[in-house]
Ligand binder design. Structure first.
Ligand code: PMP
Length: 462
């Protein structure tokens, strides 16, 4: 454990309570309760200010620490790089920037260019700006609309919230940017909530709903479609059979760029490098963040095809002829240095193969729990990106209430197991327990996590 004394840590808690504004938290609770401080991490485990050990089933809370905590080789790679050259921004390149781009592109056939930024939101904004600039350069500004899907999430900035498919997260922050248009979700488990959804062929039907929106808006006004390959915070939604083939046909037919948000799925989480590679998708723009450097440094990337990049190569006198965008900290070298080592670890330790095996084990364990607890309505996922949706009744599929879902999460926490629940802020829709352990998880780790869920479900619903 950490060398800080109990007194030092109590000072940290006081300082935190007095001055830190936590993400996603109603601070009133800290007037009586204590904020949780995570002091140390190693492998799959973290320790809090009281020295209590937890196994982390959500990779740093938000699907991020893919290679686990305490990786010395990443620390060394970052240390060596920042002592040599930590930052130069603007128009120049860097050694790790070039080498990581080369490595990344080697895993993404069809893609060629990497644009560096810092967060998932920012990478998505870069994608949106690329689409907007193409609209101005080629279509007199007309083909500028960006389609996004109900339940998907693309970030916390105002433009990415304008493309946000989770209304309750957005309610207090409007008005939003114009030109972002919503398409219906593709969640087979909840298709009964969609008028006209068929028993057979739901995937093609759900994709056709996108075409209807395009025709309603006018195909000549739609520049891009931005989708998560597997929806994360919206409920761990795996796409239905036939969906992605039809989506791609539609994009081709109407000359619409396909922007895939890999912020969660990217870099091994689903057992392949990128979630889109599970579905034979050929994107034009791919954004990624969380797993790129497993949280050892802040880095995100907006990756494009050469065809997209070529649209910005131009020797006209137009001052708008290049991508007039900058991200100051896109010039930090810690990010690509960490990312390069992160990718080496995933390859050398064969973590994607492990992800597939452990993902199957976790799904099987949760399915066994579903036999025991009717509250589990659906278990779904890809690799180590798994959700278990809780319902009050399997026939009506009415979502379990927030309090009882929260009680399951809190009970696991009490047992020293950190799990998540998606869509925290959406009443009636935050009913999916979420599991995304680091890709290093062992069979014992997986069983420890699902045993805790078993005990928690027993106490809450038993
Ligand atoms: N896209 C997806 C799919 C996400 O889940 C998130 C974050 N949870 C983002 C984008 C935004 O990333 P960030 O918080 O790094 O801005």
């Amino acid at each position: 454990m950490d060398t800080m004394t109990a007194n030092d840590l109590s000072h940290v808690v006081d300082a935190d309570r007095a001055h830190v504004w936590h993400h996603l938290v109603q601070h009133k609770q800290f007037e009586t309760g204590e904020p949780r401080i995570i002091v140390e991490g190693k492998g799959m485990r973290v320790w809090d200010q009281h020295g209590k050990e937890h196994i982390d089933a959500v990779a740093g809370g938000v699907w991020t620490v893919n290679v686990g905590y305490g990786r010395e080789s990443i620390a060394n790679a970052v240390r060596d790089q920042i002592l040599k050259m930590n930052f130069f921004g603007g128009t120049v390149g860097s050694i790790p920037g070039a080498l990581f781009a080369e490595k990344l592109i080697s895993k993404m056939p069809g893609m060629t260019r990497v644009y560096y930024a810092n967060s998932g939101s920012e990478a998505n904004e870069k994608g949106f700006k690329i689409v907007r600039q193409i609209a101005h350069k080629r279509y007199g500004g007309k083909k500028h609309k960006i389609l996004y899907r109900e339940r998907d999430y693309h970030g916390s900035t105002l433009a990415t919230m304008s493309a946000g498919g989770q209304d309750e997260r957005n309610a207090q922050y409007g008005p939003f940017a114009p030109g972002f248009i919503r398409v219906p979700h593709c969640m087979e488990y909840r298709k009964h909530e969609q008028d006209g959804a068929p028993d057979e062929g739901y995937g093609v039907w759900a994709a056709n709903q996108i075409e209807e929106v395009i025709l309603r808006e006018g195909a000549d006004t739609v520049g891009a479609l931005c989708l998560e390959p597997v929806t994360a915070g919206g409920g761990v939604i795996t796409p239905p059979e036939g969906y992605w083939d039809r989506v791609q046909e539609i994009c081709k037919k109407y000359d619409i760029l396909l922007h895939i948000d890999e912020v969660v799925c990217g870099v091994g989480r689903t057992g392949v490098w990128f979630g889109y590679q599970n579905y034979d998708i050929k994107p034009d723009i791919v954004t990624m963040a969380k797993g790129v450097a497993s949280g050892y440094a802040a880095i995100s990337c907006c990756v494009t095809t050469e065809a997209v990049f070529d649209l910005f190569k131009d020797d006209s006198s137009d001052p708008m002829n290049y991508f007039r965008d900058i991200s100051t900290f896109g010039g930090c070298t810690a990010g690509p240095a960490a990312a390069l080592e992160n990718m080496r670890i995933i390859e050398d330790e064969d973590l994607m193969a492990n992800t597939l095996v452990m993902g199957d084990r976790m799904v099987a364990n949760l399915q066994a729990l579903a036999e025991k607890f009717p509250a589990i309505g659906d278990v779904r996922g890809k690799g180590l990106f798994i959700g278990a949706e809780l319902v009050t009744d399997r026939d009506t599929k009415d979502p379990m209430d927030e309090k009882r879902v929260g009680a399951v999460v809190a009970d696991c926490m009490q047992q020293g197991v950190i799990i998540g629940a998606t869509n925290r802020s959406i009443p009636g829709k935050n009913n999916t327990l979420c599991f995304s352990p680091a890709l290093i998880a062992t069979a014992d780790d997986i069983d420890e996590i699902t045993d805790a869920v078993d005990a928690a479900l027993g106490r809450v619903f038993g």
